[in-house]
Design a protein around this ligand. Structure first.
Ligand SMILES: [Zn+2]
Length: 218
């Protein structure tokens, strides 16, 4: 059983690294962002509540996010473990988590802010099917055309402009780094450099987590 949190600034590659880990070690990827997006897409009661709060300029309260995580972990469909991504976002959420759950490690992917900005402004999302591309590292096979659905509508997300990204990075430093420090004090954090090719970052994670011997899929 492997229970991990994965943390890092938006654009650090934690989604990609989570997917590789989950595939290799049969872990369940629990992405709080994906759960929120699913709720919004399916017009759930929770989505209505979140929209209402956000329309008044408020952040999603800790309690809502904590409930999402708690309910998801209670599903117990993670026989081999999980990779929790997008939580905690602040110190209070980290305290909540530490009081209730045991984890094996927190994987922190460290990427310099300038590189994050470079990566995110190169990101394109298919307006039709949601597939994500990166003009530098993962471009579509035919320029401007979605590999998955063939749509010609690949867009830069409105919040992927430099000013908005810097705001997100500031927010991360102010709120999420204190959460990471809490895990550091418990000696749970492994830090890997994320400014390298995907497979090298992944190799570092597996080495630092001592995972080679647990490999169950080749
Ligand atoms: Zn598409």
């Amino acid at each position: 059983m492997h229970k991990y949190l994965i943390m890092g600034m938006p654009g650090c590659g934690k989604g990609t690294q989570s997917e590789i880990m989950c595939e290799r070690f049969n872990l369940v990827h629990i992405s709080v962002g994906d759960i929120l997006r699913w709720n919004i897409k399916n017009h759930t009661k929770l989505a209505a509540r979140i929209k209402q709060l956000m329309s008044t300029g408020r952040l999603i309260p800790d309690e809502i996010v904590e409930n999402i995580v708690q309910q998801r972990l209670e599903d117990h469909d993670w026989n081999y473990g999980f990779m929790l991504d997008g939580f905690p976002r602040n110190e209070a959420q980290a305290e909540y988590f530490l009081e209730r759950y045991d984890i094996d490690a927190v994987i922190f992917i460290d990427v310099p802010a300038e590189l994050i900005i470079e990566r995110l402004t190169a990101r394109r999302v298919c307006r039709n099917c949601g597939a994500v591309y990166n003009l530098d590292s993962h471009p579509p096979e035919v320029a401007g055309k979605c590999d998955s659905c063939g749509s010609n509508d690949l867009m830069l997300r409105p919040d992927d402009n430099e000013i908005a990204i810097r705001e997100r990075l500031d927010d991360y430093e102010k709120k999420t780094l204190p959460a990471l420090n809490l895990f550091r004090q418990k000696e749970l954090v492994i830090k890997v450099r994320g400014d390298r090719p995907i497979h090298e970052v992944q190799a570092d994670i597996q080495r630092d987590l001592n995972l080679a011997k647990y490999r169950i899929k080749s």
